[in-house]
Design a protein around this ligand. Structure first.
Ligand code: SAM
Length: 244
């Protein structure tokens, strides 16, 4: 039986997927509010940089995996994509996304798919752009999700991942740790009524592979021209690669 990290806890691999699902069931209705509160709105700037890196064109077929409540998909549409498929393992998150898309009058431009990033019910070579933002560290078998990203992308297609990463400045790292462990779970309790999902959030960030190690995993999945860009001193990084 294989094991996986659920935050700082080692659990059976199969168990992790349902524990993560429980986390996002618990936070779905307050997810967007908490993102702004925890990051002081910084997640909007990170996502903006991510979208600009995507260099979207109208003709691109775009797939946003672990798309949750739709931030990335909506921004891809705004940047010029004609249509986006959002895939996520959690229906509660997708339902929040559907409500937001409806409010914006863009429901018909989005296809919603409830699926695990590790086994996408999608054809080979179907997409020009695969995005995953703050999603991949929640996946139990990251190597399987990367293999699926490679499979569903068309030759020439691009893999783009936005994820928390390793802070590369000593002082910032200490301040960030203190904020993460002392403030974020409390904020979760005040705003969303439960601190536990946010304790998982900060722990999962610490157990996710650092920039170089994650780049090596992307290369191992078959991607070429793999590179990363750090933002906010490495608090987050954009990783990218091409399927040749
Ligand atoms: N991409 C959105 C954003 O940037 O706001 C949502 C990110 S949210 C932190 C992480 C999302 O990953 C959740 O919606 C969760 O349901 C989803 N997720 C977790 N494990 C997954 C898996 N194995 N396959 C697909 N989605 C998954």
């Amino acid at each position: 039986m294989s094991s996986a990290q659920f935050g700082f806890r080692t659990v059976e691999a199969e168990e992790k997927t349902s524990l993560v699902k429980g986390v996002f069931d618990a936070v779905a209705s307050r997810y967007d509010l908490m993102n702004d509160a925890m990051s002081f709105g910084l997640h909007r700037l990170w996502k903006r940089a991510f979208i600009s890196e995507a260099a979207v064109r109208n003709s691109m077929r775009c797939l946003d995996v672990a798309g949750g409540t739709g931030d990335i998909a909506f921004a891809l549409l705004k940047a010029g994509a004609a249509h986006v498929t959002i895939s996520d393992i959690n229906n509660a998150m997708l339902n929040e996304g559907r409500k937001r898309a409806d409010d914006r009058g863009i429901l018909q431009k989005v296809e919603w798919l409830c699926a695990n990033a590790e086994s996408l019910p999608l054809p080979d070579n179907g997409y020009h752009l695969y995005t995953i933002a703050f999603g991949i560290r929640n996946v139990t078998h990251i190597d399987k999700a990367l293999a699926e990203a490679h499979r569903v992308l068309a030759p020439g297609g691009r893999f783009l991942c936005l994820e928390f990463s390793k802070v590369n400045m000593e002082l910032l790292a200490r301040a960030y740790d203190s904020y993460s462990f002392n403030v974020i779970p409390k904020l979760g309790k005040w705003i969303a009524g439960d601190g536990a999902p946010y304790q998982y959030l900060v722990e999962s960030i610490r157990t996710f592979p650092a920039q170089e190690k994650f780049s090596a995993m992307i290369e191992k999945a078959g991607f070429k021209q793999v590179r990363h860009i750090n933002m906010s001193g490495g608090v987050v990084a954009i990783h990218s690669g091409y399927k040749i």
